[in-house]
Design a protein around this ligand. Structure first.
Ligand code: PLP
Length: 456
């Protein structure tokens, strides 16, 4: 049976409309090397999204495969409950060594959603340990994505993802405006006077500071398209959290491990949060691994409380094979100076995308930082005309995905609050790969321009 038919017969896809799953051109990806992958028809694709913001070191690394095989031969499994094992100890040590400030305790899980769940519970456990049992609420931002499990979904601020499960979601989350309307450079006033900052303080006061446990935000927010906060914004988040006894969590599931050219995005925005959630790039996706790195006093407060433990865990959290791969990945990211590659090339990646934008009236804006960008679309930048309902429906309904596929590039057509493409190449992408990336996105934008012209 042809492999696509076999896929459709037994496999249930994630977040995929049935029409896309049933289409004749469904890609079945078989192998990868560097920034490229090959499908079952032998076609070569440029991986412009690092898998899903995660294959930071690129595809086909024999050293990471060998780290996994070696650990499987030595000890395939042990838990982190009541005992420990060398790869988890070493991975935690390495993460602690590069995390900001005194964030030096690591709790491992298997996915970003679980990392967010863990942060919610860790914050709650901490407040309980301090006798502040009324602190349960969480503040998060609109259009943010924090995962799919019910706790993380409650924190997520994307209406279409929440809606089907709304009756099952905990109602202790308050969503405040993201930084879309306060982009870097648009700042005349101090960050503390920005409406999106004031809204956070108002929310804390409205809910009652003694009821608020955690504020969670991404340094660069993926939902709504690579939103970069203005200077001073994160310092304001830190100030507000300190003033009202709220823990600050940077959700760095995408941002960490070099996406913004640093170990952690928090470093780039110059803030020491209380918790950082991470996943994806910690193993460059060669194994599923995620976690929370916490400030020492947070963990010590829990250890020293009458309960004396973080009441949370899972079978595979900090799996020996996954943490062994993390160790090999973290070593390679460091030794191969991968973040220096991002910092050296990020301006030219932006410039290439800006050039594409300048050639096509359908591009509203390029936003992002590091190797993490959004190309937001509209109908006609010159006249300021937005996509109308029919154009939006057609592009989101499959046309944009078709153009992307025909350009043989893996980037993400996104509809979260706008119509845009998410772009995040592997961190090893060199100028030749970035040229290829820009050329393929140029082709896509040309087709969008032609489509809009045909429908105007
Ligand atoms: N948090 C953020 C910021 C994310 O981007 C994601 C996934 O992309 C998650 C949490 C959830 O991670 P996962 O898909 O591994 O559960």
């Amino acid at each position: 049976m042809p492999i696509r038919d076999e896929a459709r017969r037994h496999l249930v896809p994630h977040f995929t409309r049935s029409a896309v799953w049933r289409a004749d051109d469904l890609p079945v990806l078989e192998r990868g090397a560097g920034c490229y992958v090959w499908d079952s028809d032998g076609e070569r694709w440029l991986d412009g999204l690092s898998g899903l913001f995660c294959v930071n070191l690129g595809h086909g690394r024999a050293d990471l495969a060998e780290a996994a095989a070696e650990q499987m031969r030595r000890l395939a499994f042990a838990t982190n409950w009541g005992s420990a094992h060398p790869p988890a100890i070493e991975a935690a040590r390495r993460i602690a060594a590069v995390a900001p400030g005194d964030l030096d305790h690591v709790f491992f899980v298997n996915s970003g959603s679980e990392a967010v769940e863990s942060a919610l519970k860790l914050a709650r456990n901490y407040h309980l340990a301090r006798g502040e049992s009324s602190r349960t609420k969480v503040i998060a931002r609109t259009w943010s994505y924090h995962g799919t499990t019910l706790g993380a979904l409650a924190v997520t601020g994307i209406p279409a993802m929440r809606e089907p499960f709304a009756p099952m979601l905990w109602n202790g989350v308050v969503h405040v405006p993201n930084t879309l309307d306060a982009p870097p450079g648009a700042l005349g006033a101090p960050a503390r006077d920005l409406p999106c900052v004031r809204a956070i303080e108002e929310a804390i006061l409205r809910e009652g500071p003694e009821t608020v446990s955690l504020l969670i935000a991404e340094p660069v927010q993926n939902g709504r398209g690579a939103l970069v906060a203005p200077p001073g914004y994160w310092q304001e988040l830190r100030r507000l959290c300190d003033a009202y006894g709220v823990l600050l969590c940077a959700d760095e599931v995408i941002n960490a491990f070099g996406r913004l050219g640093h170990w952690f995005g928090s470093e780039r925005v110059g803030v020491v949060p209380d918790l950082i959630t991470f996943a994806k790039g910690v193993t460059s996706a060669y194994q599923p691994l995620a976690g929370v790195v916490a400030r020492r006093p947070v963990i010590e407060t829990i250890w020293d409380s009458p309960g004396g433990s973080f009441v949370h865990g899972s079978t595979f959290g900090g799996h020996p094979v996954a943490t062994a791969v993390a160790v090999a990945n973290l070593r390679a990211l460091d030794e191969e100076k991968v973040f220096a590659n991002v910092l050296a090339n990020e301006a030219s990646l932006r410039a290439r995308l800006e050039d594409v934008a300048a050639r096509h009236r359908c591009v509203r804006e390029i936003r992002g930082q590091g190797y993490f960008y959004a190309v937001e679309l509209m109908a006609d930048r010159d006249s300021g005309r937005d996509l109308d309902e029919a154009q939006t429906a057609a592009l989101r309904g499959g046309l944009l995905l078709q153009y992307i596929r025909e350009a043989r590039i893996l980037i993400r057509p996104d509809d979260r609050g706008a119509t845009f493409m998410a772009v995040a190449p592997p961190l090893i992408a060199d100028p030749a790969v970035l040229d290829d990336l820009a050329e393929r996105i140029d082709r896509i934008c040309a087709r969008v321009d032609r489509f809009i012209a045909s429908r105007t």
